[in-house]
Design a protein around this ligand. Structure first.
Ligand SMILES: [Zn+2]
Length: 511
């Protein structure tokens, strides 16, 4: 039996993690044109999360004291990543206290929490993974308040890095003031997973690093956690994660989804839990959803062929990720000023950029038949080239939906000659409308059975994906009016796999 991190919902940016789940599932042949016929190697791929990485969190110089902290932040100059480069930018935080830092709807803000998650009664499976039968959580430090003393904090200080991470969440709160509320926002906590091998050898300790996540626990406590950056990652990639404010806004987007898409989120979680109950533990490695898989040895896992089962939960997850990218784009002002080309990391500059028509391998960002075949494949595999997006990662599919949604939005604004000042409120309403429609579409889903576990067995994820995607296009389709030529071109370019599915309905005029 495996353990989740005791949250019922946990969604992350997962820039480089993310093999997902198990079990055989018949793949429906998606027909379509405009396909790149991309092929992917089958199986023989190790997990993308190497659990016992020797990574060390960066420690920032300690914070100033309450006595010296600003009662009102006023104008603050921060070095943030704008297009392709970092530069100092002065931003107004007027009315926000820095003694300690607080903002309505973001809950208690703390830094440097220290929590140990110890896994016990472990055995080693034949495939080299640990299976543990119990776990224990111990809080060594509940975290400390954040004090900001300087209008011009130096980069690489705790104050500066906290503020750049906070910026995206703050921007999102301005645009969606009542659509999400957190109990806590945690900056750079040390969350360590500890496992004692069954032979009694030295416990293995792994800190969670280089990522961020939104989570909600069994008590309904919602929090966003910005994990520390590791020295190793920072050396390898010169881009500082938390100087991209869109990342915080993306996590807040999951909070909004949890409210507007409440039924979808429940389904996403319960379907995964149902999978968990009936899965063969050795098959399950859904690290991008917060599941922890312990690799006893890197060698053992390298030889392993991973299988996965894309479920309805995987489909809902991809819409959740796409929505979070859309609201992050809205929070960033629907322009590129805060985006460095989306979520930039290593070589990835375009795959998660909601404004880039192409991915990093210069291909059109599109849901093709081969994209879907890869997503619904039961063999876990990496793309053939590092610049080719991994379509088994729900974030990648979500990024295609986000681009298509925003491209349809742009087309509508231009066609209706809407003033630019109206863009943000309009986009906000469209995005919220889309998720309410998705939520309704799921409630009406014809395969609905008596229990969520039944739905996992009998539900058709391919059909659900088509229905949810159709709701996205229908947000832009007034009743009794055909889609415009430009709208059709966007759909043909970016959703070619839907041709067969949509040829007999309201969207048929496009194909
Ligand atoms: Zn996410």
């Amino acid at each position: 039996m495996y353990f989740s991190r005791s949250q019922i919902g946990l969604f992350c940016l997962c820039l480089f993690l993310g093999v997902s789940a198990c079990k055989k599932n018949p793949f429906k042949q998606w027909a379509g044109t405009n396909d790149d016929n991309q092929t992917y190697p089958e199986g023989h791929v190790g997990p993308r999360k190497v659990v016992y990485q020797k990574r060390t969190p960066i420690q920032y110089p300690s914070m100033c004291t309450k006595e010296n902290a600003l009662s009102d932040l006023g104008d603050i100059t921060l070095t943030i990543r704008t297009r392709e480069k970092e530069e100092p930018t002065t931003l107004s935080f007027a009315g926000i206290p820095g003694n300690p830092l607080a903002y309505k709807g973001l809950g208690t803000m703390l830094h440097s929490q220290h929590v140990l998650h110890t896994y016990k009664d472990c055995s080693v499976e034949g495939n080299g993974q640990f299976t543990c039968n119990s776990s224990e959580v111990k809080t060594l430090d509940p975290g400390k308040p954040i004090y900001i003393c300087d209008h011009n904090p130096k980069p690489n200080t705790l104050e500066h890095e906290v503020l750049t991470a906070f910026l995206g969440l703050y921007q999102l709160k301005v645009d969606f003031p009542s659509d999400f509320a957190l109990s806590e926002t945690l900056f750079f906590p040390l969350l360590e997973d500890i496992i004692t091998p069954p032979d009694g050898s030295t416990p293995l300790v792994t800190p969670l690093l280089d990522n961020a996540f939104w989570s909600r626990d069994g008590n309904g406590i919602q929090r966003i956690t910005f994990l520390p950056t590791s020295r190793e990652t920072e050396r390898q990639f010169p881009i500082k994660l938390w100087r991209q404010p869109a990342l915080g806004a993306h996590e807040g987007g999951h909070g909004i989804f949890s409210k507007i898409g409440a039924q979808l989120l429940t389904a996403q979680n319960s379907l995964r839990e149902a999978m968990e109950e009936k899965k063969d533990a050795t098959e399950f490695d859904d690290t991008d959803q917060g599941w922890i898989t312990f690799e006893a040895t890197a060698q053992a896992s390298a030889k392993q062929v991973f299988t996965r089962t894309p479920t309805m939960a995987s489909v809902i997850s991809s819409f959740n990720e796409g929505f979070a990218d859309i609201v992050a784009a809205i929070a960033m002002g629907l322009h590129m000023s805060y985006f460095s080309g989306g979520f930039e990391y290593g070589n990835i500059k375009r795959a998660r950029d909601p404004y880039s028509k192409t991915t990093d391998d210069q291909k059109i960002k599109a849901l093709t038949t081969s994209t879907l075949k890869h997503f619904f494949s039961t063999a876990a595999s990496l793309p053939p080239h590092p610049l080719t997006p991994n379509h088994q990662d729900t974030h990648t599919l979500g990024a295609i939906f986000a681009f298509t949604f925003l491209d349809l939005f742009r087309e509508e604004m231009e066609r209706e000659h809407v003033e630019e000042g109206e863009y943000i409120p309009r986009a906000r309403e469209k995005a919220k409308k889309w998720i309410s429609r998705l939520d309704q579409a799921y409630a009406d889903y014809p395969a609905r059975n008596t229990s969520d576990a039944d739905r996992v067995r009998s539900g058709n994820p391919e059909e659900l994906l088509e229905q949810l995607l159709r709701q996205m296009v229908l947000v832009y389709t007034p009743k009794n009016r055909a889609l415009s030529d430009k709208q059709c071109r966007i759909i043909q370019d970016h959703l070619p796999a839907m041709k067969e599915e949509w040829k007999d309905n309201v969207l048929a005029s496009c194909f």
